[in-house]
Design a protein around this ligand. Structure first.
Ligand SMILES: C[S@@+](CC[C@H](N)C(=O)[O-])C[C@H]1O[C@@H](n2cnc3c(N)ncnc32)[C@H](O)[C@@H]1O
Length: 445
């Protein structure tokens, strides 16, 4: 750990094999690490070695188009490769200075030599991005989550772009931390980030879930492992008093769908009668609903998920809840044919469209399940319907629900339009940070 912290001062500042500045390079031996000392004409950052020597480090410069610069100045954090004019000799994952074609400063960013997202802006200021800078950003994230700890011992501590820490995810499960480094930039700094998390938060363990497919766009290997401490296979967490077993190293995402935490509470407020939780995973909605409902049926196609949900039901003594393995598309049709009826239905499917090209076919999937669910609802019944497809806007989603209601001959009243939980904050100017939409509606005729 010591060496990781020692490296932080220089590594967090980024670097380049051949920075595009006039410079003279001398290598100094610090107590614990080599620090590149460059006397640069411009674009320098100072860094303090373990021996206390103040050095200045040249930063590579990447020039972007006027269009790319405009996008950043309007608040976005990404520069696509097509907007990169000049990035010669910049190292993969380095933190670079970003300038426009007139050489005006735009910001400081992670550079990727593989992804279509070539630059991810860390700041549009000239702040020195050193260990203190990272510490401050992590502290800000923790402060913003302080109130959640009254409701749950589990939350997302860092939500990448939403927290101005692009491509870094950190989830906390009762003191056990799980991180995802989703770009070359955060991958390169991973051991330094781990060292800071240890210093700041004294986690019980830290694991990496770097098996997310997006890492392939960055030419990064897929892997998962324990990085620090003892990480148990199973961790018991609680959300609003409901207990769950999660498996951060083997479950979906980093172990749980933390983005639905507050929607589960909102659903429980309106739920009543006979409830159906479609795409239940480990029973998140179902176990929140069981207090206010006469019975709850949870469905999921994954046997593993259903077994976990059944275990969670026993953990909570939730005797009115039943879980079954089923394909929701088939089950909804079969239940309609059998004349079954519900008073509350939750639809929380996986993303049916993961790109703009598949929005149309994805929309058909959403319409189908919403139409079937509406036909199964009794008058006065409530539908809690979600999409986690970024490419489907709230407006498009509402149009799909409206079409489904027309076809099902049901008149719907919108009770709430919701998004992801507050520990997944949406950054204005970066629409990609707003991916989850949750509509709660009542059948009034
Ligand atoms: C977004 S997750 C649900 C998260 C869950 N509602 C929660 O709050 O924890 C989607 C779930 O749908 C399941 N699934 C995917 N396709 C399915 C299908 N055709 N029928 C039933 N379940 C499906 C997956 O196994 C996954 O558990």
């Amino acid at each position: 750990m010591g060496s990781a912290i020692a490296a932080i001062g220089s590594e967090f500042t980024g670097g380049s094999k051949h920075p595009k500045v006039s410079k003279q390079t001398i290598l100094l031996r610090g107590k614990c690490c080599w620090v590149k000392h460059e006397i640069a004409a411009r674009n320098t950052h100072s860094a303090v070695t373990r021996s206390g020597v103040v050095t200045s480090i040249a930063m590579a410069e990447v020039t972007i188009t006027t269009r790319g610069a405009k996008r950043i100045r309007k608040g976005h954090l990404w520069v696509y490769r097509s907007d990169v004019r000049d990035a010669q000799h910049v190292e993969a994952g380095a933190i670079v200075l970003v300038v426009d074609e007139a050489k005006n400063f735009v910001g400081q960013a992670f550079y990727s030599d593989a992804s279509e997202i070539a630059l991810r802006i860390l700041t549009t200021s000239r702040d020195q991005i050193d260990r203190a800078w990272w510490r401050e950003r992590l502290r800000r994230c923790a402060k913003a989550r302080a109130s959640i700890m009254n409701e749950s011992n589990t939350y997302r501590l860092v939500y990448s772009e939403g927290d101005l820490l692009p491509s870094l995810i950190v989830d906390v499960y009762d003191g056990h931390y799980v991180l995802q480094a989703l770009s070359q930039g955060t991958h390169r700094l991973q051991s330094e980030i781990v060292a800071l998390l240890i210093e700041e938060f004294q986690p019980r363990s830290i694991s990496e879930r770097n098996d997310a497919r997006v890492r392939q766009f960055e030419n990064l290997e897929l892997r998962k492992s324990v990085l620090y401490g003892d990480a148990p296979d199973e961790i018991e967490i609680q959300q609003h008093g409901v207990r769950f077993i999660v498996r951060p190293l083997s479950g979906q995402k980093t172990g749980a769908f933390l983005d639905q935490r507050q929607n589960c509470l909102a659903a429980a407020r309106v739920a009543h009668g006979r409830a159906l939780d479609c795409f239940t995973f480990n029973g998140g909605f179902a176990l929140h609903l069981h207090q206010s409902c006469e019975s709850v049926l949870g469905l999921d196609i994954s046997e593993e998920a259903v077994a976990a949900a059944q275990h969670n039901a026993r953990l909570n003594n939730a005797t009115k809840v039943e879980f079954k393995v089923a394909n929701v598309f088939d089950a909804l049709r079969q239940m309609e044919a059998a004349g079954e009826r519900f008073d509350t239905i939750v639809l929380d499917p996986p993303a049916f469209t993961k790109s703009r090209a598949t929005v149309k076919s994805g929309a058909r999937g959403y319409k189908e399940i919403n139409l079937r669910a509406l036909k199964l609802l009794n008058p006065g019944g409530v539908l809690i319907t979600c999409t986690c497809s970024y490419h489907l806007s709230e407006e498009m989603f509402l149009d799909i629900i409206a079409e489904a209601a027309l076809d099902a001959r049901r008149r719907l009243q919108i009770i709430e339009k919701r998004g992801q939980s507050s520990d997944h904050p949406v950054l204005l100017g970066v629409p990609e940070t707003h991916y989850l939409k949750c509509v709660i509606a009542r059948v009034i005729a």
